[in-house]
Design a protein around this ligand. Structure first.
Ligand code: ATP
Ligand code: MG
Ligand code: FE
Length: 334
């Protein structure tokens, strides 16, 4: 069964054709990073305008590359939320137009469900599982007893990991988005500064990264005032070490407590080399099956939306034509 999937929740315009929820037939991603770079972050109004310009071209390209027609599709799926409302609306309206014009079932997908199901494009999922979701807007440990059943057992109380990366990078004078730059520098430095680890209460699966972010900013400020030099790669290494310690530590405890078969890594920060390596070292030799998507499926793309939609297609969970972009969409209500 073929699904056309569309993703426009933030700054990537993407369309993909997915077969049986597991195979990528085509996956076109158009990134707007160049347009947002000079503002140091995503400007919502600029994002919407780019999506409007790109959406039909990207969908046509995805259909052409897949060599399919609308008549071949079992459903058209789209990211319904969360995200920037003006950006979401472009994808939602494109999907509704296609569904209406060609009489194809419509499916609304939660963006984070998409990030998690990116792993289904790598290998079949086996339940129960835990997904560590680390992205620009989310940091969550999600427990899944079965397909389409999401329970958030822990989440960030302040900044998302990606957000902390981008803010620290900005302080270091690195271009937006800063995550990949810090990751690269972190491979070259030493952990010469011992930044705090924010474990919170002993039994909590929640996260907090704003204290670490402030610690990095204060450290840089103090060094500057005292005219002391610090290697930027050492700051990157020290910051990343703190982030990874906490992410891996909490994930390990969750995996043990919930006795899961699989551990999935998901979201844009899943592209982080240090985090991938740390998880492989921790869980590679263990009995839990670790899945990590290839880099191209970590950051936003429509293929992952098609993979998540396949579960809803199987369960006949279709959307009506009043489907709307919903910036506050709840993962647990999916
Ligand atoms: P969300 O998925 O929560 O709605 P988003 O879609 O904006 O947010 P993603 O596209 O999933 O976020 O991820 C983008 C984030 O990933 C950015 O914060 C970026 O800095 C970060 N990122 C990308 N590559 C890396 C890397 N190698 N190391 C650390 N962070 C990275
Ligand atoms: Mg993005
Ligand atoms: Fe995302």
């Amino acid at each position: 069964k073929l699904i056309l999937a569309i993703e426009t929740s933030c700054d990537e315009t993407s369309a993909a054709v997915i077969e049986n929820g597991t195979t990528i037939v085509s996956n076109i991603v158009s990134s707007q990073i160049e347009s947002h770079k000079r503002f140091g972050g995503v400007v919502p109004e600029v994002a919407s305008r780019h999506h409007v310009e790109q959406i039909t071209v990207i969908i046509e390209q995805a259909m052409e590359e897949a060599k399919v027609t609308f008549a071949d599709l079992s459903a058209v799926a789209v990211t319904e939320g969360p995200g920037l409302v003006g950006a979401l609306l472009i994808g939602v309206n494109a999907a509704k137009a296609i569904a209406f014009a060609h009489d194809i079932p419509l499916i609304g997908v939660h963006h984070i469900a998409g990030h998690i199901y990116a792993n289904q494009l790598v290998s079949p999922l086996s339940f129960p599982l835990i997904a560590l979701v680390v992205s620009g807007g989310h940091t969550e440990l999600v427990y899944m007893k079965e397909d389409g059943d999401f329970k958030i057992i822990g989440e960030t109380r302040d900044d998302a990991v990606g957000e902390a990366y981008d803010k620290v990078a900005r302080t270091l004078g690195l271009p937006y988005p800063g995550g990949p730059h810090i990751d690269r520098l972190a491979q070259e430095g030493q952990e010469s500064i011992k930044f705090p680890r924010s474990w919170l209460e002993a039994d909590s699966y929640d996260f907090s990264f704003s204290g670490l972010k402030s610690a990095v900013i204060n450290k840089l400020h103090n060094l500057k005032q005292r005219d002391e030099e610090v290697k930027i790669e050492d700051v990157a290494t020290s910051f990343q070490a703190s982030v990874i310690d906490v992410l891996v530590g909490k994930t390990k405890r969750a995996v043990e407590q919930y006795e899961v078969k699989q551990l999935l890594l998901a979201g844009g920060v899943a592209a982080n080399k240090g985090l991938r390596k740390a998880l492989e070292e921790e869980f590679g030799p263990s009995s839990v099956d670790l899945l990590i998507p290839p880099l191209s499926l970590c950051t936003d793309n429509a293929a992952m939306i098609g993979a998540a939609a396949s579960v809803k297609l199987r369960n006949n969970k279709f959307a009506a034509f009043d489907l709307n972009g919903n910036p506050g969409l709840d993962l647990e209500q999916q």
